[in-house]
Design a protein around this ligand. Structure first.
Ligand SMILES: [Fe+2]
Length: 366
């Protein structure tokens, strides 16, 4: 028998129980974020250079630096009058403005951005940001770049370095998806299809989208008894049943009005999706894998590493929170597992019936 070549080997196949690799929860306090913003703003940079830092978890490997294995959060700052251009790449992004005002030119779309507005940037979209206000323009940029880097598939280039795709010629092409063979192989769904299905994939329009804070605000609960929901999803229709803001992430706004203290429930729930919380109004408390964290406006948390049990409480002041989780990505793989009751079943959401009677994080509807 031939010896294997030196660039691979055979190893025993994995068997038995496994749980996701749980990173430690972390809190990045408001004061440290503010100090980093000041440092970025004061740094001398060449015109057009970025003022940007990524928040990198101590568990992160050199390849795929992020706050979780699947998410990078960058703090971006522009002084008044500054503009930056960023080449396209195949990461997708949710961005959230912390202060100031300006323009985001994302591909062909131009958005006016201001405090607490959110927007999404599809992959392969060149970006230009301009601070047109009198204060610093500050935003958080959430991307799946670490995951792509770990998989060895991260790509970035300048769009003008490449020719544009030729427009499709009218008429029937013999080798296109709609003329390719598509043959039933069994009564329960197995089919054989032509290669054209792989190269001429159905296009789902996925332009950049903006969620201005002033448009979201009337739909968020802001006072006790206003009969509005305390958590709302920024939905992008391109993500369909995966209910994302991008193809990787959902972003929600939680808005609990001031009211009675709501301590964290004694037990939490857990899911394979990670959750990061940026708290921008009020205060509260989270218990993550037995660790207790008090938080207030301006604090950012990796508040639920994958499969970490977590529960959240809200102070009498209420709280507003931007949550980003990688549900759509995991639903796309059929990998999103969820355990609501720590003594209950582990459900595969999207593949079997999920939770009902649920109107907010661990809040039952009546
Ligand atoms: Fe959760």
């Amino acid at each position: 028998m031939n010896e294997p070549a030196a660039n691979y080997s055979f190893v025993p196949a994995q068997a038995g129980h496994a749980v996701p690799d749980r990173w430690q929860p972390i809190k990045v306090p408001r004061a440290e974020i503010a100090a980093e913003i000041d440092r970025l703003a004061e740094r001398a940079v060449e015109p057009g250079a970025r003022r940007s830092s990524e928040i990198v978890h101590a568990n992160a490997l050199d390849l795929g630096r992020g706050i979780t294995p699947g998410l990078s959060i960058a703090i971006q700052v522009l002084r008044p009058g500054e503009t930056i251009m960023i080449d396209r790449d195949n990461a997708n992004r949710v961005e959230f403005c912390l202060g100031g005002e300006g323009e985001a030119l994302l591909g062909q779309r131009s958005f006016r951005v201001e405090k607490w507005s959110a927007w999404m940037v599809p992959s392969m979209t060149p970006r230009l940001y301009r601070n047109s206000g009198q204060q610093l323009l500050i935003w958080l940029s959430y991307s799946n770049q670490p995951l792509l880097e770990r998989a060895g598939v991260y790509y970035a280039d300048a769009v003008h370095d490449h020719p544009q795709a030729a427009p499709r010629r009218p008429g029937i092409n013999q080798y296109a998806r709609d003329t390719a063979p598509d043959i039933a192989i069994s009564d329960d769904g197995a089919r054989l299809r032509g290669y054209e299905f792989l190269t001429d994939i159905e296009v789902v329009d996925n332009p950049p989208l903006l969620w201005p804070w002033r448009e979201m605000l009337p739909h968020l609960s802001r006072r006790q008894g206003d009969d509005k929901r305390t958590i709302m999803l920024m939905y992008n229709p391109a993500t369909g049943r995966r209910n994302g803001t991008t193809h990787s992430f959902f972003a929600t706004i939680t808005s609990f009005p001031a009211g009675p203290l709501r301590p964290p429930p004694p037990r939490g729930h857990r899911h394979s999706s990670f959750a990061t919380n940026y708290h921008f109004e009020g205060a509260g408390e989270s218990v993550v894998d037995g660790q207790r964290f008090e938080w207030e406006a301006g604090d950012l948390m990796l508040s639920a590493p994958s499969w970490a049990e977590h529960s959240h409480g809200i102070s009498e002041r209420g709280a507003s929170v931007l949550t980003v989780q990688d549900h759509p990505f995991q639903i796309g793989m059929g990998a999103l597992i969820w355990q609501e009751d720590m003594a209950g079943p582990v459900l595969t959401l999207g593949s079997e019936p999920g939770q009902t009677g649920y109107v907010g994080p661990r809040l039952a509807g009546e």
